[in-house]
Ligand binder design. Sequence first.
Ligand SMILES: CC(C)(COP(=O)(O)OP(=O)(O)OC[C@H]1O[C@@H](n2cnc3c(N)ncnc32)[C@H](O)[C@@H]1OP(=O)(O)O)[C@@H](O)C(=O)NCCC(=O)NCCS
Length: 194
Amino acid sequence: MVEVVVRPAIIADAKPIMTLVNELALQQVMLPRSPASVIENIRDFQIATVDGALVGVGALAVIWSDIAEIRSLAVHPSQQKSGVGRALVDALIVDAQRLGIPRLFAFTYVPGFFQKVGFDVCQHEDLPHKVFNDCMHCPKFMACDEIAMTRVLDPKASSVKVFGKPQRAIPLPQRTPTFAGPVPTPKPSKRGKS
Ligand SMILES: CC(C)(COP(=O)(O)OP(=O)(O)OC[C@H]1O[C@@H](n2cnc3c(N)ncnc32)[C@H](O)[C@@H]1OP(=O)(O)O)[C@@H](O)C(=O)NCCC(=O)NCCS
Protein backbone atom coordinates (compact mmCIF):
# COMPACT_ATOMS: atom_id res chain seq x y z
CA MET A 1 0.00 0.00 0.00
CA VAL A 2 1.37 3.44 -0.96
CA GLU A 3 1.55 6.23 1.60
CA VAL A 4 -1.06 8.78 0.61
CA VAL A 5 -0.84 12.32 1.99
CA VAL A 6 -3.97 14.46 1.68
CA ARG A 7 -3.85 18.23 2.08
CA PRO A 8 -6.02 21.24 1.19
CA ALA A 9 -5.38 22.61 -2.31
CA ILE A 10 -3.47 25.80 -2.97
CA ILE A 11 -3.81 27.97 -6.03
CA ALA A 12 -0.76 26.36 -7.69
CA ASP A 13 -2.78 23.12 -7.75
CA ALA A 14 -5.48 24.60 -10.00
CA LYS A 15 -3.76 23.64 -13.26
CA PRO A 16 -2.94 20.02 -12.28
CA ILE A 17 -6.50 19.65 -10.91
CA MET A 18 -7.92 20.71 -14.29
CA THR A 19 -5.53 18.46 -16.18
CA LEU A 20 -6.46 15.37 -14.15
CA VAL A 21 -10.22 16.02 -14.03
CA ASN A 22 -10.50 17.01 -17.68
CA GLU A 23 -8.44 14.05 -18.92
CA LEU A 24 -10.81 11.70 -17.09
CA ALA A 25 -13.79 13.74 -18.30
CA LEU A 26 -12.69 13.03 -21.88
CA GLN A 27 -13.28 9.35 -21.07
CA GLN A 28 -16.87 10.27 -20.09
CA VAL A 29 -16.38 9.04 -16.52
CA MET A 30 -16.90 12.42 -14.89
CA LEU A 31 -17.82 16.01 -15.71
CA PRO A 32 -15.18 18.54 -16.85
CA ARG A 33 -14.25 21.65 -14.85
CA SER A 34 -13.53 25.07 -16.32
CA PRO A 35 -10.52 27.06 -15.15
CA ALA A 36 -12.84 29.57 -13.48
CA SER A 37 -14.77 26.93 -11.58
CA VAL A 38 -11.56 25.39 -10.21
CA ILE A 39 -9.88 28.69 -9.33
CA GLU A 40 -12.97 30.26 -7.75
CA ASN A 41 -13.61 27.12 -5.71
CA ILE A 42 -10.01 26.19 -4.90
CA ARG A 43 -10.87 26.10 -1.17
CA ASP A 44 -13.26 23.20 -1.85
CA PHE A 45 -10.44 20.95 -3.05
CA GLN A 46 -8.30 18.38 -1.29
CA ILE A 47 -5.17 17.04 -2.99
CA ALA A 48 -3.75 13.56 -2.58
CA THR A 49 -0.02 13.11 -3.09
CA VAL A 50 2.28 10.12 -3.16
CA ASP A 51 5.97 10.91 -2.73
CA GLY A 52 5.10 14.58 -3.30
CA ALA A 53 3.40 13.99 -6.67
CA LEU A 54 -0.25 14.88 -7.16
CA VAL A 55 -2.18 11.63 -7.71
CA GLY A 56 -5.76 12.56 -6.87
CA VAL A 57 -8.16 15.40 -6.20
CA GLY A 58 -11.62 15.83 -4.77
CA ALA A 59 -13.90 18.69 -3.81
CA LEU A 60 -16.54 19.35 -1.18
CA ALA A 61 -19.11 21.83 -2.48
CA VAL A 62 -21.41 23.23 0.18
CA ILE A 63 -24.87 23.39 -1.35
CA TRP A 64 -26.94 24.42 1.64
CA SER A 65 -26.71 24.50 5.44
CA ASP A 66 -27.51 20.80 5.69
CA ILE A 67 -26.02 19.27 2.57
CA ALA A 68 -22.75 19.24 0.62
CA GLU A 69 -21.65 17.47 -2.53
CA ILE A 70 -18.53 15.44 -3.16
CA ARG A 71 -17.58 16.37 -6.70
CA SER A 72 -14.65 16.20 -9.09
CA LEU A 73 -13.22 13.16 -7.33
CA ALA A 74 -10.44 11.91 -9.57
CA VAL A 75 -7.50 9.57 -9.06
CA HIS A 76 -4.77 9.24 -11.65
CA PRO A 77 -5.35 5.94 -13.53
CA SER A 78 -1.88 4.68 -12.51
CA GLN A 79 -2.81 5.06 -8.82
CA GLN A 80 -6.37 3.79 -8.81
CA LYS A 81 -7.39 0.97 -6.48
CA SER A 82 -4.60 1.77 -4.03
CA GLY A 83 -6.58 3.69 -1.41
CA VAL A 84 -6.23 7.22 -2.82
CA GLY A 85 -9.95 7.73 -3.49
CA ARG A 86 -10.87 6.55 0.00
CA ALA A 87 -8.23 8.84 1.57
CA LEU A 88 -9.70 11.80 -0.34
CA VAL A 89 -13.27 11.00 0.69
CA ASP A 90 -12.15 10.62 4.32
CA ALA A 91 -10.54 14.09 4.16
CA LEU A 92 -13.65 15.62 2.57
CA ILE A 93 -15.79 14.05 5.30
CA VAL A 94 -13.54 15.54 7.99
CA ASP A 95 -13.96 18.93 6.31
CA ALA A 96 -17.76 18.50 6.17
CA GLN A 97 -17.82 17.59 9.86
CA ARG A 98 -15.65 20.59 10.69
CA LEU A 99 -18.20 22.77 8.90
CA GLY A 100 -21.12 21.07 10.67
CA ILE A 101 -22.65 19.70 7.47
CA PRO A 102 -24.82 16.70 8.40
CA ARG A 103 -25.25 15.05 5.01
CA LEU A 104 -23.28 14.43 1.82
CA PHE A 105 -24.28 13.36 -1.64
CA ALA A 106 -22.60 12.57 -4.95
CA PHE A 107 -23.69 11.96 -8.53
CA THR A 108 -21.55 9.19 -9.93
CA TYR A 109 -20.96 6.41 -12.44
CA VAL A 110 -19.07 4.37 -9.82
CA PRO A 111 -21.63 3.45 -7.16
CA GLY A 112 -19.48 0.48 -6.11
CA PHE A 113 -16.71 2.81 -4.94
CA PHE A 114 -19.11 5.12 -3.10
CA GLN A 115 -20.76 2.15 -1.40
CA LYS A 116 -17.33 1.10 -0.15
CA VAL A 117 -16.88 4.53 1.44
CA GLY A 118 -20.23 4.52 3.22
CA PHE A 119 -22.70 5.98 0.72
CA ASP A 120 -26.12 4.55 -0.19
CA VAL A 121 -27.93 4.83 -3.49
CA CYS A 122 -30.89 7.20 -3.36
CA GLN A 123 -33.37 8.61 -5.87
CA HIS A 124 -32.56 11.95 -7.47
CA GLU A 125 -35.95 13.12 -6.18
CA ASP A 126 -34.84 12.40 -2.60
CA LEU A 127 -32.34 15.24 -2.80
CA PRO A 128 -33.44 18.83 -2.17
CA HIS A 129 -34.08 20.96 -5.27
CA LYS A 130 -31.16 23.21 -4.37
CA VAL A 131 -28.67 20.48 -5.33
CA PHE A 132 -29.80 20.68 -8.96
CA ASN A 133 -28.83 24.35 -9.37
CA ASP A 134 -25.51 23.47 -10.98
CA CYS A 135 -27.14 20.79 -13.14
CA MET A 136 -28.65 23.55 -15.25
CA HIS A 137 -25.14 24.20 -16.62
CA CYS A 138 -24.50 20.52 -17.34
CA PRO A 139 -24.67 19.17 -20.92
CA LYS A 140 -26.66 16.23 -19.53
CA PHE A 141 -29.34 18.38 -17.89
CA MET A 142 -32.74 16.63 -18.24
CA ALA A 143 -30.97 13.40 -19.30
CA CYS A 144 -28.84 12.69 -16.24
CA ASP A 145 -27.55 9.14 -16.15
CA GLU A 146 -25.46 9.54 -13.00
CA ILE A 147 -26.43 7.62 -9.89
CA ALA A 148 -27.35 9.67 -6.83
CA MET A 149 -25.72 8.54 -3.60
CA THR A 150 -25.92 9.93 -0.10
CA ARG A 151 -24.22 9.52 3.24
CA VAL A 152 -25.55 10.91 6.50
CA LEU A 153 -22.80 12.15 8.82
CA ASP A 154 -25.03 13.30 11.66
CA PRO A 155 -27.62 10.65 12.60
CA LYS A 156 -29.88 13.37 14.07
CA ALA A 157 -30.38 14.66 10.52
CA SER A 158 -31.34 11.31 9.03
CA SER A 159 -34.90 10.94 10.27
CA VAL A 160 -36.13 14.08 8.53
CA LYS A 161 -33.95 14.43 5.49
CA VAL A 162 -33.42 11.13 3.71
CA PHE A 163 -35.21 8.80 1.37
CA GLY A 164 -38.32 10.51 0.22
CA LYS A 165 -39.10 12.39 3.39
CA PRO A 166 -39.69 16.12 2.99
CA GLN A 167 -36.97 18.58 3.85
CA ARG A 168 -37.57 20.32 7.12
CA ALA A 169 -38.14 23.99 6.42
CA ILE A 170 -35.58 26.28 7.99
CA PRO A 171 -37.62 28.75 10.04
CA LEU A 172 -37.32 32.38 9.08
CA PRO A 173 -35.93 34.66 11.80
CA GLN A 174 -38.67 36.22 13.94
CA ARG A 175 -38.44 39.89 13.08
CA THR A 176 -40.86 42.70 13.86
CA PRO A 177 -41.47 44.37 10.53
CA THR A 178 -40.36 47.97 10.49
CA PHE A 179 -42.57 50.44 8.71
CA ALA A 180 -41.06 53.71 7.67
CA GLY A 181 -44.41 55.44 7.23
CA PRO A 182 -45.55 57.49 4.26
CA VAL A 183 -42.97 59.27 2.20
CA PRO A 184 -43.03 62.91 3.43
CA THR A 185 -44.40 65.37 0.94
CA PRO A 186 -41.76 67.98 0.12
CA LYS A 187 -42.61 71.46 1.36
CA PRO A 188 -43.24 73.97 -1.42
CA SER A 189 -40.17 76.03 -2.10
CA LYS A 190 -40.36 79.65 -1.00
CA ARG A 191 -38.02 80.64 -3.78
CA GLY A 192 -39.75 82.29 -6.66
CA LYS A 193 -42.66 83.54 -4.46
CA SER A 194 -43.40 87.20 -4.86
C1 LIG B 1 -13.62 6.24 -8.54
C2 LIG B 1 -12.23 6.57 -8.05
C3 LIG B 1 -12.21 7.99 -7.46
C4 LIG B 1 -11.87 5.58 -6.93
O1 LIG B 1 -10.59 5.90 -6.45
P1 LIG B 1 -9.55 4.74 -6.05
O2 LIG B 1 -8.36 5.39 -5.49
O3 LIG B 1 -9.37 3.86 -7.21
O4 LIG B 1 -10.36 3.95 -4.92
P2 LIG B 1 -9.76 3.23 -3.62
O5 LIG B 1 -8.53 2.49 -4.02
O6 LIG B 1 -9.63 4.20 -2.50
O7 LIG B 1 -10.92 2.20 -3.34
C5 LIG B 1 -11.67 2.11 -2.12
C6 LIG B 1 -12.55 0.87 -2.24
O8 LIG B 1 -13.45 1.02 -3.35
C7 LIG B 1 -13.25 -0.03 -4.29
N1 LIG B 1 -13.39 0.52 -5.63
C8 LIG B 1 -12.60 1.41 -6.25
N2 LIG B 1 -13.06 1.69 -7.48
C9 LIG B 1 -14.18 0.96 -7.63
C10 LIG B 1 -15.11 0.82 -8.69
N3 LIG B 1 -14.97 1.50 -9.84
N4 LIG B 1 -16.16 -0.03 -8.50
C11 LIG B 1 -16.29 -0.69 -7.34
N5 LIG B 1 -15.44 -0.59 -6.29
C12 LIG B 1 -14.40 0.21 -6.44
C13 LIG B 1 -11.85 -0.54 -4.04
O9 LIG B 1 -11.69 -1.86 -4.47
C14 LIG B 1 -11.75 -0.39 -2.54
O10 LIG B 1 -12.42 -1.45 -1.90
P3 LIG B 1 -11.80 -2.16 -0.59
O11 LIG B 1 -11.80 -1.07 0.47
O12 LIG B 1 -12.73 -3.26 -0.30
O13 LIG B 1 -10.41 -2.57 -0.96
C15 LIG B 1 -11.18 6.43 -9.18
O14 LIG B 1 -11.28 5.13 -9.72
C16 LIG B 1 -11.35 7.43 -10.30
O15 LIG B 1 -10.77 8.50 -10.26
N6 LIG B 1 -12.14 7.06 -11.31
C17 LIG B 1 -12.32 7.92 -12.49
C18 LIG B 1 -13.08 9.18 -12.15
C19 LIG B 1 -14.39 8.87 -11.45
O16 LIG B 1 -15.15 8.01 -11.81
N7 LIG B 1 -14.64 9.68 -10.37
C20 LIG B 1 -15.85 9.62 -9.62
C21 LIG B 1 -16.65 10.84 -9.96
S1 LIG B 1 -18.06 10.93 -8.92
